[in-house]
Write a protein that binds this ligand. Structure first.
Ligand SMILES: [Zn+2]
Length: 258
């Protein structure tokens, strides 16, 4: 379906320029494009796009009208694939410096996906709320952008002059308003799901495949119920965020040991 196209491309703007998984139509296999340069990042991009591909193949049986997922689950299989691959790579890495670099990269990615995208979302809310009362100037937009960025980045980051126009580099604000929440939602959802997986819950794989096969036919509440997860429960999000916390702890412990 045509509607998948901008989302798939946008999704992959975060991951890497010019990487995507395109579902085409359910009667043929999806197409994955990546630019593989041999860096660890490229391995993660490949895992991400193949995650989309697996999701697209499994959901294909729902047919062209119902195969594509709602935004809430659009990044589930891709981010889960990244997490599995990251853990497998980290387990194989014994060198302390390499482990540190990998963990630091992952933590940065997660902060970008969760904290930064939430700040983007807050910016959009501010803009759209203010727009109800009249047209906004570029200065107004810059002011809202700076207020949100200052809050989300915190005192450790110095914001230079000229940054007030940087809202303009996010294509989502124009092409898919409020899409940014899907990254934060998807990442936290996957973290909670991964926590269930880590506890080696019986039948996880079967349930996970069922979730992916559902495509766009079910609401996330229905799909998460078999895992004992409920996105309306604050502990669901706390569990996801504790995954990020755990990785930061791991990184800090390595730093102290060094
Ligand atoms: Zn993606």
């Amino acid at each position: 379906p045509v509607s998948c196209l901008p989302e798939q491309f946008l999704c992959c703007d975060r991951i890497a320029p010019h990487a995507f998984a395109h579902p085409t139509v359910p009667s043929v296999h999806p197409y994955v494009l990546v630019n593989y340069m041999g860096k660890p990042r490229d391995v993660m991009t490949l895992a991400h796009e193949l995650g989309h591909g697996v999701h697209q193949v499994l959901a294909g049986a729902q047919g062209a009208l119902m195969a594509s997922t709602p935004l809430t689950l659009a990044e589930t299989a891709s981010v889960f694939g990244e997490m599995l691959t990251f853990r497998a790579l980290l387990d194989q890495t014994k060198d302390k410096r390499e482990r540190k670099a990998m963990l630091a990269q992952k933590v940065e990615d997660m902060i970008n996906t969760v904290v930064r995208q939430i700040a983007f979302y807050e910016f959009e809310r501010k803009v759209h709320t203010a727009r109800k009362d009249g047209e906004l100037t570029a200065d107004d937009l810059g002011e809202m952008w700076l207020s949100v960025q200052t809050e989300s980045l915190g005192p450790a980051i110095r914001i230079s002059e000229g940054y007030e126009t940087y809202w303009a580099y996010i294509p989502h604000f124009i092409h898919s308003p409020f899409y940014v929440y899907a990254y934060a939602f998807g990442d936290c959802l996957v973290n909670s799901l991964y926590a269930v997986y880590q506890k080696a819950e019986k039948g996880f794989q079967e349930k996970y495949f069922e979730l992916l096969k559902a495509g766009g036919t079910k609401h996330h509440s229905e799909l998460l119920a078999p895992f004992g997860l409920d996105a309306t429960d604050p502990s669901f999000w706390a569990q996801g965020l504790s995954m990020i916390e755990g990785l930061i702890d791991e990184l800090e412990a390595l730093d102290k040991a060094a």
